[in-house]
Design a protein around this ligand. Structure first.
Ligand code: PGA
Length: 261
């Protein structure tokens, strides 16, 4: 796990990395698509702004890209402004050219939710697994909606959101926690760990404690992010406030002088 503490915009760095990965990808008959896992949430807004900008400037195309979103609320109509379907359309997909069939978002209103999760896993496998996983981190250390206590071998499934997450996300629902769905569908930690490469974006002091655990704690289910210590290729991109609880020694051990954009 590498820490990239950056004064630069974390969203811009991540977008640049994504762009280079897509450019470097060579389509073959066996592997026609580059597969990206996409997050939602406040931290990801900058990433999408920059990806859209690259696209509009003609620097980035998504013709050979397949996307899988990390999670979706259960029971919120897809058209609700805070569903992740709406979030992705508003902030990304409405502004880029990508064939509809290459976009995958879990359906939190499916009549058989377990089947929906099973099919999602099968589809990810069908495309050869996730090449590049992009995610944020919850204040409680969650990745996607894998809340504290999630099994390290979990797959895409129905999850209950923790009180912390419901409270944090109520800012998108006029501060009213009763409007935040209490359940969601989420990729599992096992699903995420099979990704070839992982980028975690973290900004702001609210993420400092979670990042402290990510780097300084032992691997434990109370802080789901710690599972990534066991993944061979993880970059955590953090601004100064988010990285402020990580000790100097750890920063020296885990830091990279430069991040290959
Ligand atoms: P945020 O969410 O970017 O809105 O803070 C990140 C997350 O909960 O994973």
């Amino acid at each position: 796990m590498y820490l990239i503490e950056s004064e630069e915009n974390v969203g811009f760095l991540t977008a640049s990395y994504v762009k280079n990965r897509i450019e470097a990808f060579i389509t073959t008959p066996e592997k026609p698509y580059f597969v990206i896992a996409l997050p939602t949430g406040g931290t990801s807004l900058d990433l999408y702004n920059h990806l859209v900008k690259f696209h509009k400037e003609g620097l980035l195309k998504f013709d050979n890209v397949v996307t899988f979103n990390l999670d979706e609320y259960i029971g919120l109509p897809a058209k609700h402004p805070e569903s992740y379907h709406s979030f992705m359309a508003r902030n990304f997909f409405d502004h880029i050219k990508i064939p509809q069939e290459q976009v995958n978002i879990l359906n939190g209103n499916a009549s058989d939710l377990e089947k929906e999760c099973r099919l999602y896993e099968e589809k990810i496998k069908h495309y050869g697994g996730i090449d590049l996983f992009l995610g944020g981190i919850g204040q409680n250390g969650h990745i996607a909606f894998n809340e504290p206590g999630s099994s390290f071998s979990s797959r895409t499934r129905i999850v209950n959101l923790s009180e912390d997450t419901i409270k944090a996300n109520s800012r998108f629902f006029n501060g009213d926690i009763s409007l935040v769905p209490s359940r969601a569908l989420s990729m599992g930690l096992g699903t995420i760990m099979e990704s070839k490469e992982v980028i975690i974006m973290a900004t702001g002091i609210k993420k400092a404690q979670a990042l402290y655990h990510a780097f300084e704690d032992k691997t434990n289910t109370a802080w789901p992010i710690t599972i990534l210590q066991k993944h061979p290729r993880v970059f955590v991109l953090a601004d100064k406030p988010a990285a402020s609880e990580i000790s100097k020694t750890i920063k020296q051990n885990y830091g990279l002088c430069s991040f290959i954009k």
